[in-house]
Design a protein around this ligand. Structure first.
Ligand code: FE2
Ligand code: FE2
Length: 194
């Protein structure tokens, strides 16, 4: 059911990617504003794909068995292409023809990938989960915001206190080992209890 929390959270993210891209295009001629939206798109997409791999793909494999594994393998391959384009984007400066071309390629890849997630993967997963399970997955997914830096340091490749200063450092982090840092945070309900 498309009304479930996890689907809503992921679809919202997809729409944000398109919205930020539109804002980047509309700011043509204004380098500072394009830099800002370029950074916003980069972090939105990077944290989105990693969050899917950590939170959503394991659920698809758990609930949908070998069919789920086949579909996550296909989507992992598509994520690899998206990550390659994200790294490539970092090689150029916003407001240059090279940057704009890589950004176009990235958005084209993303649209096709996102549409497939929304039409096939998410409905299949939600059909196997309760509303509570979907809500809990949506909350785990939203924790990706924790890893977004408040300020980008273009020359730093280090992570500081769980935050990553560059997209390359974030994408190259050994998330299979760092998964435990992502998922177990206190829930809002736990924080509310003194
Ligand atoms: Fe994805
Ligand atoms: Fe997605």
């Amino acid at each position: 059911m498309s009304s479930k929390a996890l689907t809503q959270t992921i679809v919202n993210d997809h729409h944000e990617m398109y919205e930020y891209h539109d804002k980047y295009i509309r700011a043509a001629g204004d380098k500072a504003t394009q830099e800002m939206w370029g950074r916003q798109i980069t972090w939105e997409v990077a944290t989105h794909v990693v969050a899917e791999e950590i939170v959503v793909f394991p659920l698809i494999e758990k609930h949908l068995g070998s069919e789920g594994t086949a579909s996550t393998n296909k989507h992992l391959e598509q994520h690899r292409e998206i990550k390659t384009l994200l790294r490539h984007l970092a090689d150029f400066h916003p407001s240059t023809p090279q940057y704009d071309q890589v950004l176009e390629d990235l958005m084209k890849n993303l649209r096709a990938h996102n549409e497939e997630e929304e039409a096939k993967n998410l409905p299949a997963l939600e059909a196997e989960m309760t509303s509570e399970q979907s809500l809990s997955a949506a909350k785990a997914f939203q924790r990706k915001r924790h890893f977004v830096p408040t300020r980008a340091h273009p020359n730093s490749s280090q992570s500081h206190g769980g935050r990553f200063e560059t997209v390359a450092a974030f994408l190259e982090a050994p998330w299979d080992k760092l998964k435990d840092q992502w998922v177990p945070f206190p829930t809002t309900e736990m924080i509310a209890v003194p």
